[in-house]
Design a binder for this molecule. Sequence first.
Ligand code: SAM
Length: 214
Amino acid sequence: MRLRNITGSREVIAESHCVVKEEILKQCPGTWKDIFGNDHPIHIEIGMGKGKFIYTMAKEHPQINYVGIEKYSSVLLRAIQKMQEEELPNLKFIRMDAEDIDKVFGRGEVDKIYLNFSDPWPKDRHAKRRLPSRQFLARYDVILKKDCRLEFKTDNRDLFDFAVEELEPAGWKVEAITYDLHGDAELMRGNVMTEYEEKFSSLGNPIYKYIIYR
Ligand code: SAM
């Protein structure tokens, strides 16, 4: 993700009512029903980038509440701009580092987690920063409802192999896995392409995906 410091992005975020404000995040665990004003299931995307995937999902599934999480203001700004064109009541954003995700959602409050084209952090010493690492899986274990699923897709083979190896020590099991998502009719059903997926699949890169549970 190319990052530029876009002047005014913090101000736009502070004023946008589709962003859950940093100062109230500590009060959020257990209160997401109130934030959305209904008790529909909650699906989150961690590292949503400019938000194409989660915006499309929210539009296609109005009976599900979506929360997009992104670390950088300048990137989140793009997702907010999409909401300014057509606001969706079932979509909220948070600007935060997902390291604290288990402080923002209560135990079992989330019904599905999406990780799409997560940053690879190629150096070994940074492995624990990778979003499908065992350290992050332990956080997801807290917030994800029992029997619910986490879906991860990427075009980065090293990251995918790492993610698969992390599952057993972290206590997660594979429900489905493919090393060629776009050639897999069953897993492609309902697939919404992310920005990165469009870019890398158009270059001919295979897309890897797993669906896991514990
Ligand atoms: N999911 C989008 C897609 O598939 O097009 C964006 C992929 S981009 C490679 C990864 C995004 O994850 C970046 O926008 C980055 O800022 C965000 N990200 C990485 N680590 C994060 C973290 N710890 N917490 C929140 N966002 C994070």
